[in-house]
Design a protein around this ligand. Structure first.
Ligand code: NI
Length: 338
């Protein structure tokens, strides 16, 4: 067992036989700054922190699979069990890579599983190619000239921000191909304190998502140009801090086919979610897939009434998935490591 990759990451290794194949299975471990309201007997005991994304369930499934595989010894090769911290926005996967994850634990393929409310309990979802969106944050600071009541002597950054918000709407509608997905959300605008003062600066915060790396680059180019251009029109200046956070998650076609076949051989068509579509959430496992072929799959958390989405204070990981998810990992390992 190796500790300390990405600060609190843990990698466990199981080696058997003479096989040269190396498989990586990743479970995320982190919680969220949300106060749990489920009232369940096993609810979080830490105020303001809960496993609202089910990462504790992912960790439990991989540990259970590891225990079974270590005991039954039905594979031949090297299994790397990757327990990753800080998936929720802090890019723990990238930190583990920077700390030498694949140099210390080389993998021929790497897989991860995430529970997903809204899909039938214990059914698996697979999609080759782009599966989850990139997620970037953009901070635009507009600097004008502050002033008092005489507006013609000032440059009002609030008016400039308003024009930028409207101009941004034209990017998705006019610059992106209709069949490509792109999201530009202005989630925050901050400026000024008083009704009778034109502020010197205004700040906008954007969330930008897409499903293709090329579209991601194009959005960055257009958003930057719109901010600079609109500011210039009104005699203000814009500064654009474009923070590329999580890349598009692209599943390897061959590895996704293999992962799906494992589920089909075990459970038949009934165990697999039909017509899986891409998701607009993002996931730092995308960094691992940039370096190693593999696939990210989902396991349904239940589609009944009253089921909560992840990141909701009422969310509850469906324990009925534990055995199914663990058994899937065992089958995948035994299929890959031969
Ligand atoms: Ni999650």
């Amino acid at each position: 067992m190796h500790r300390g990759l990405g600060q609190t990451g843990v990698v466990g290794q199981l080696k058997l036989g003479r096989g040269t194949r190396r498989l990586g299975l990743r479970a995320d471990m982190d919680a969220l700054p949300i106060h749990e309201t489920t009232g369940l007997p096993y609810a979080s005991k830490v105020p303001g922190k809960m496993h609202a994304c089910g990462h504790d369930g992912h960790t439990a499934m991989l540990l259970a699979a590891a225990q079974h595989l270590a005991r039954e010894k039905c594979f031949d090769g090297t299994l790397n069990l990757i327990f990753q911290p800080a998936e929720e926005g802090l890019a723990g996967a990238r930190k583990m890579l920077e700390d030498g994850l694949f140099e210390k634990f080389p993998c021929d393929a790497v897989f991860a599983m995430h529970n997903m409310p809204g899909f039938p309990t214990g059914k698996f979802g697979f999609l080759p190619g782009s599966f989850m969106a990139s997620s970037d944050t953009v901070i635009i600071t507009v600097t004008g000239r502050g002033g008092h009541g005489a507006p013609h002597k000032a440059v009002d950054p609030v008016v400039v921000c308003a024009q930028i918000v409207l101009a941004l709407q034209s990017i998705v509608s006019r610059n992106i191909a209709p069949l490509d997905m792109a999201i530009i959300t202005v989630g925050a605008i901050h400026a000024g304190d008083a009704p009778n003062v034109i502020p010197e600066t205004a700040e906008m915060r954007l969330s930008v998502r897409t499903l293709r790396p090329e579209v991601r680059d194009h959005l960055q180019e257009r958003i930057t140009a719109v901010a600079y251009g609109q500011a210039a029109v009104y005699g203000a200046r814009a500064k654009v801090d474009y923070q590329r956070r999580y890349p598009v998650l692209v599943n390897d076609v061959e590895m996704t086919h293999l992962a799906r076949q494992v589920a089909l051989d075990w459970l038949g068509e009934d165990g697999v979610i039909p017509d899986m579509q891409p998701l607009t959430g993002s996931e730092d496992f995308a960094f691992l897939l940039e370096r190693c072929p593999g696939s990210y799959l989902i396991i349904g958390n239940g589609d009944g009434e009253g089921g909560c989405m992840v990141h909701n204070p009422g969310y509850d990981f469906n324990d009925a998935c534990l055995a199914t998810g663990a058994a899937y990992w065992v089958r995948l390992a035994e299929t890959f490591l031969v």
